[in-house]
Design a binder for this molecule. Structure first.
Ligand SMILES: NC(=O)c1ccc[n+]([C@@H]2O[C@H](COP(=O)([O-])OP(=O)(O)OC[C@H]3O[C@@H](n4cnc5c(N)ncnc54)[C@H](O)[C@@H]3O)[C@@H](O)[C@H]2O)c1
Length: 296
């Protein structure tokens, strides 16, 4: 029987960005036809070159066969036209963290996609219910929060909005498992699980640096060796971006009024100085080259 609601083609909005490029890899690697959309053609092109390099490195390291690499690359296409997403069964949005931008996109997607298509948001802090309100299909809108770097990290927090149907939730959960990811269910609350815990924790680490309690490397070493984490909080902030950490604080603090979620003054000063972490070459550590994309 031909299941009209089966997910075969996945669209990724913001596929030229940090998260979108990784999400596209997850989808294409799992065998889904993957349409990568971004409004910046140069970003889309750079992300594609990074994707090719990522798959090549995965082959070199014996993590992927040449055939699987060729199939994954063959499954991907790039477009600057939103209309190309009309044939998608699932569209995952990873554009700028701005409610108005996301709502405008959902309004347009709602108009061009099949009424059966599911629209998902990778937002870290915004409300899925508010994003869904821009569409006429809130029952088919859901949160799918991937972790950075999406092509390497398994977790996806899946968050139904107030009107998300059980069927939509089950379908994206099954899709995540088919794609080799680890889904967890969370409520539509700012930060879901991961950032609700990490934003205050990371700020605490910045405040330790600010108070000159210890050097970043010693703070990270203490956390890694005592708690078994793979990365310390300051290494992680450098990877995610200090500007992103600042934006997370600015989204969280007014909602939670948790003083630990308020941006530490040192974070603000470093962002103002352009010390954004790996992406700018310096944050709490110094970097050379683009070491972030990695391999499977
Ligand atoms: N960076 C992280 O650690 C992280 C982790 C999990 C989730 N997120 C979430 O993922 C989303 C994207 O974050 P990012 O860090 O990848 O941002 P980014 O700035 O790296 O990428 C955003 C991309 O979206 C594109 N874009 C903007 N508006 C668009 C539109 N209307 N249509 C199509 N493309 C558009 C931009 O050109 C850019 O390439 C945000 O919602 C963010 O909260 C980020």
């Amino acid at each position: 029987m031909n299941d009209q609601t089966a997910i075969r083609t996945v669209g990724v909005c913001g596929a030229g960005g940090t998260m979108g490029s990784g999400i596209a890899i997850v989808a294409a690697r799992a065998g889904f036809r993957t349409i990568c959309f971004d409004t910046r053609p140069e970003a889309l092109e750079r992300a594609f070159q990074d994707t090719v390099a990522f798959f090549n490195k995965s082959v070199e390291r014996g993590k992927m066969s040449r055939e699987a690499r060729d199939a994954a690359l063959g499954a991907m296409s790039r477009t600057g036209e939103l209309g190309a997403l009309a044939e998608c069964d699932l569209v995952i949005e990873a554009v700028f963290e701005d409610l108005a931008v996301k709502q405008a996109l959902f309004r347009e997607l709602d108009a061009i996609c099949s009424p059966l298509a599911i629209l998902a948001s990778n937002t870290s802090t915004l409300s899925i219910t508010e994003i869904a309100a821009a569409s006429k299909r809130p029952e088919r809108v859901v949160g799918m929060h991937f972790c950075l770097p999406a092509q390497l990290m398994k977790l996806i927090e899946i968050s139904p909005g107030l009107l998300t149907s059980e069927e939509t939730f089950r379908k994206v959960w099954a899709w995540a498992e088919t794609a080799g990811q680890i889904p967890v269910k969370t409520q539509d609350k700012p930060g879901f699980i991961l950032n609700a815990l990490l934003v205050p924790f990371n700020n605490d680490a910045i405040r330790l640096v600010e108070a000159k309690v210890a050097e970043p490397a010693d703070i990270d070493l203490a956390i890694k060796s005592a708690l078994g984490y793979k990365m310390g909080p300051l290494e992680l902030i450098d990877l995610v971006g200090l500007d992103t950490q600042l934006r997370l604080c600015e989204a969280f603090y007014p909602i939670t009024l948790d003083p630990r979620a308020a941006a530490p003054p040192l974070l603000r000063r470093m962002v103002a100085a352009g010390l954004l972490g790996r992406k700018s070459g310096q944050g709490f550590y110094r970097y050379e080259g683009r070491a972030m994309f990695g391999s499977a």
